[in-house]
Design a binder for this molecule. Structure first.
Ligand SMILES: Nc1nc2c(ncn2[C@@H]2O[C@H](COP(=O)(O)OP(=O)(O)OP(=O)(O)O)[C@@H](O)[C@H]2O)c(=O)[nH]1
Ligand SMILES: [Mg+2]
Length: 373
């Protein structure tokens, strides 16, 4: 039984049950090459990488966000709500909608048309919202509430800087010299920060500003006020944490896994359709072969993962350290719980997902108890 939740991602050349099915459809007794081709097509659609689009209005920070995320399968779209231009087609598996500091009417309009379970909002340029980080958090919470999608604050520009560099000892020495400056207007603008009024090291301050940006400089100065001995790596970690990019990465990663798992469920549905179409008078064994596959360990595991990823029941599995049960006892307890969901009054899609999870845990229980695990 595979334990890897990304089962299928590496399919191709491995001896999975799906490979076996395709081989049997192609060449075994009662073979049906035509059905084999259909199954291969369905498998390819399933294994295509999860696509991510980074979108938002002109100048929101899409390119910067893309650089900060450094994800291979992410693409920037044309700007949303651009005068005289059609809106981009937003059809990726996951959508990252970048807001520049605040929700504009055009953003509301665009967001209201996007599928909620596939969309997340990042409020970029959080450094330009109000006067404190708490102001950005309030703005983000309001946006999440209004639009019904998760939203996170981020300073993508700073995340790009900490991704590609670490403050040097020279940077820190320059900043340390000014950490005691109590003038609140010192880091209000770049011009003030590099003003000759604050000492002769204008060129050094300009260099630090160029490397870390105004928000990075202001953050580093307040960190040094608390601990003047902070070293380059510690400072990099502080700036990185403050950029807010890690929670975006974590949420995106969870959504990515979820989208992959849901695709697994669609793959099983498609296979069931191919099987249904390949029956009838004069048909070969294709239908039986596919049905055997669908009743096998691999398909049941895929079904379990897709059921757990179903948006209507995903919260019920929030306590699981892993989709894979610890042992046979754990498997049977999980199977019973999901059985209760199947017979509950939840919507049909939720009950169907629960049935897949239930069936998967029943199979795992059988395997784990018979193997004496
Ligand atoms: N203050 C601040 N500025 C940022 C941040 N992220 C990006 N910017 C700036 O915003 C401007 C636009 O950023 P881009 O990443 O080019 O925005 P975009 O959405 O790709 O723009 P278009 O492709 O032209 O629509 C640039 O000047 C960035 O330096 C941020 O977190 N804070
Ligand atoms: Mg751009």
């Amino acid at each position: 039984m595979p334990t890897d939740s990304r089962l299928g991602a590496g399919y191709g050349g491995s001896t999975s049950e799906l490979d076996q099915l395709i081989a049997n459809l192609r060449g075994g007794p009662g073979n049906d090459p035509h059905v084999a081709e259909q199954v291969i097509g369905v498998a390819r659609a399933w294994q295509r990488p999860v696509r991510i689009q980074v979108t938002g209005r002109a100048g929101a920070g899409k390119t910067t966000m893309l650089q900060a995320l450094a994800l291979m399968s992410a693409q920037e779209t044309a700007p949303v709500d651009a005068p005289g231009q059609p809106d981009p087609v937003l059809d990726a598996d996951l959508l990252v909608y970048v807001l520049a500091s605040a929700l504009q009417p055009g953003d509301r309009e665009a967001l209201s048309r996007l599928p909620r379970e596939r969309t997340l909002v990042v409020l970029n340029k959080a450094d330009a919202v109000g006067s404190r980080w708490a102001d950005a958090v309030v703005a983000v919470d309001q946006c999440a509430y209004d639009m019904g999608v998760p939203a996170l604050p981020v300073v993508a520009e700073l995340a790009v800087r900490t991704r590609s560099g670490t403050p040097t000892d020279v940077d820190l020495a320059t900043l340390r010299r000014h950490a005691g400056n109590a003038d609140p207007s010192f880091t209000l603008t770049g011009e003030l920060f590099t003003s000759g009024d604050y000492g002769p090291d204008v060129a050094e301050r300009a260099a630090v500003l160029e490397r870390w940006g105004l928000f990075g400089v202001a953050t580093a100065l307040s960190a040094l006020r608390h601990d003047p001995d902070l070293g380059p790596q510690q400072m990099r970690q502080i700036l990185h944490a403050v950029s807010g990019i890690d929670p975006v990465h974590a949420l995106l990663h969870r959504r990515y896994e979820q989208a992959g798992a849901q695709r697994g469920g669609e793959f099983l549905d498609e296979l069931a359709r191919v099987a249904a179409r390949s029956g009838g008078a004069g048909a070969g064994r294709a239908r039986d072969l596919i049905e055997d596959y669908l009743a096998g360990d691999e398909a049941l595991w895929l079904g379990l993962l897709s059921g757990l990823a179903c948006p209507q029941v995903v919260h019920l599995a929030a306590g699981y350290p892993s989709p894979y049960p610890a042992d046979a006892d754990d498997a049977v307890i999980r199977a019973q719980r999901w059985r209760a969901v199947v017979s509950s009054d939840m919507p049909a899609a939720a009950r169907r997902a629960a049935l897949r999870v239930h069936n998967g845990y029943v199979r795992l229980f059988e395997r784990m108890s018979s193997a004496g695990l």
